[in-house]
Design a binder for this molecule. Structure first.
Ligand SMILES: *Cc1c(COP(=O)(O)O)cnc(C)c1O
Length: 382
C-alpha cells in the first residue's frame, strides 16, 4: 500500500458487529465472559481495549513493524523501553534530547541503576568511543530537539549490533512518513504521538514499534503490569490524526522550508537550524534517510538578553507561544526558559541552547501569513 492509502486505512476496518466505518470508541473497563476464562480476547481494559488494539495495529503498519504498542504518553513509552534494561546496564544517549527524556534518564533511571552517557550521536566516532562492556542501548533522536542535529541511523544501527546493543530511535520529529528507522536497522522506535501523529494538539499519547518477539512480550507485560495505558477516546483521536499524516507532513515541511530560507537572510537572525538547508551540516544524511525535512526549525536571534524579546512575543498574532509541537497550528517556544528549562544552565549553554534561541513548530497555515507574522514581530525587537 502506498502512503496516503496506508495512512487512511491503517488499523481501521469496518466494525464486524455493526459495520461502523470508523473505529468505535469502546468506553468500557470490563467485558462479559461466557464462562470463567472464556471470552472474546478482552477481559479488562488496562490489558486490552478494542480501540487501543486498532491504534496499535496502525502504529505497527506506519513504521513497517511487526508490533505496535500504545502508552499514556511518550514518556510512558520511553519508561517502558528503558525497563527492558537491567540496573547496571549502560546507555549511550544523544546530547540534545527532548528535555523530558533527559530528565527521566538522569533523575529516574540513574537512581534505578542505569549508567548513562550523553554524546553527539551525529558523530558515530563519539558513540563508538562511549561504548563500555555493559552498554546495552543507544538512544537517539534525529532530527534532535531543539537544534535539529541529524544522526545517521543505519551507521548507528551497525555500531550497536556489532556490540550486542539495541538502537532506539525517538522518531517524534520526523514521523514514519518522513523517516522509517526500523527499515534502516534500528531495533525500537518510540513516538510522542502527542505531536505529529495526533497532529492537532488535543491529546497526549505515546507509541512503541518494534520487530523483536522477545522485546515485544516484555513490553506488553510492562504495559499491563505498570499500567501506563491511554484511554479509548485518546486512541480514537490519534487514529483520526493518522489519516491525514502524509498531507500534513507535506505542508509542514513545505512551510518550514519557506521560513528557513526566508529567515536565513533576515538581519535580526544570527543562524537558522533546519536540515532542509544545504548549509546544515546534516543535510546530506537527512536527504538520504528522510523523505522531506519536517516542520521543526530553530532560529538564533541576534538578541542575547531574553527581556528584549518581550515586544516580540506580544506582537505575534498567528504563532502561539507554547510548549509542544506537531499540531496544525504554528507554535513558538523558548527552549532555555520552557521545554529545556530542566537541563542545568551550564549544560544548556554547552549544547548551544542559548537565551536567543527560538524553536518553531511550523503549522499548516499559509506560509505567507506565517512569514508576515514572524517578520512584523521581529521588527518590534529593539
Ligand atoms: C514530547 C516529546 C516526548 C515526550 O512525549 P509526551 O507525549 O509529552 O510524554 C518525547 N520525545 C520527543 C522528541 C518529544 O517531542
Amino acid at each position: 500500500m502506498r502512503w496516503h492509502t496506508l495512512a487512511v486505512h491503517a488499523g481501521t476496518e469496518p466494525d464486524p458487529l455493526t459495520g461502523a466505518v470508523m473505529t468505535p470508541v469502546y468506553f468500557t473497563s470490563t467485558y462479559a465472559q461466557e464462562a470463567p476464562g472464556v471470552h472474546k480476547g478482552y477481559e479488562y481494559s488496562r490489558t486490552h481495549n478494542p480501540t487501543r488494539t486498532a491504534l496499535e495495529m496502525a502504529f505497527a503498519q506506519l513504521e513497517g513493524a511487526k508490533y505496535g504498542l500504545a502508552f499514556a504518553s511518550g514518556l510512558a513509552a520511553t519508561d517502558a523501553v528503558l525497563r527492558l534494561l537491567r540496573p547496571g546496564d549502560h546507555v549511550i544517549a544523544g546530547r540534545d534530547l527532548y528535555g523530558g527524556t533527559y530528565r527521566i534518564l538522569r533523575r529516574v533511571f540513574e537512581n534505578w541503576g542505569l549508567q548513562v552517557d550523553f554524546v553527539h550521536t551525529s558523530d558515530p566516532a563519539q558513540v563508538e568511543a562511549a561504548f563500555r562492556p555493559n552498554t546495552k542501548m543507544i538512544w537517539v533522536e534525529t532530527p534532535t530537539n531543539p537544534l535539529l542535529h541529524i544522526s545517521p541511523i543505519a551507521i548507528l544501527a551497525e555500531i550497536a549490533h556489532n556490540r550486542g546493543a539495541r538502537l532506539v530511535v525517538d522518531n517524534t520529529f520526523a514521523t514514519p512518513y518522513l523517516q522509517q528507522p526500523l527499515q534502516l536497522g534500528a531495533d525500537i522506535v518510540v513516538h510522542s504521538a502527542t505531536k505529529y501523529l495526533g497532529g492537532h494538539s488535543d491529546v497526549v499519547l505515546g507509541a512503541v514499534m518494534l520487530n523483536s518477539d522477545a522485546d515485544y512480550e516484555q513490553l506488553r507485560f510492562l504495559q499491563n503490569a505498570v499500567g501506563g495505558v491511554p484511554g479509548p477516546m485518546d486512541c480514537f483521536l490519534v487514529l483520526r490524526g493518522i489519516k491525514t499524516l502524509p498531507l500534513r507532513m507535506q505542508k509542514h515541511s513545505e512551510n518550514a522550508q519557506r521560513l528557513a530560507e526566508a529567515l536565513s537572510a533576515h538581519p535580526k537572525i544570527e543562524r537558522v537550524y533546519y536540515p532542509g538547508l544545504p548549509s546544515h551540516p546534516g543535510h546530506l544524511i537527512a536527504k538520504q534517510q528522510m523523505r522531506l525535512f519536517g516542520g521543526m526549525l530553530s532560529v538564533e536571534l541576534k538578541v542575547k538578553d531574553v527581556n528584549d524579546l518581550r515586544p516580540f512575543w506580544e506582537a505575534l498574532r498567528i504563532f502561539t507561544l507554547a510548549e509542544s509541537l506537531g499540531g496544525v497550528e504554528s507554535l513558538i517556544n523558548h527552549p532555555a526558559r520552557m521545554t529545556h528549562a530542566s537541563i542545568p544552565e551550564e549544560e544548556r549553554k554547552a549544547l548551544g541552547i542559548t537565551e536567543g534561541l527560538l524553536r518553531l513548530s511550523v503549522g499548516i497555515e499559509d506560509a505567507d501569513d506565517l512569514l508576515e507574522d514572524f517578520s512584523q514581530a521581529l521588527r518590534k525587537i529593539p
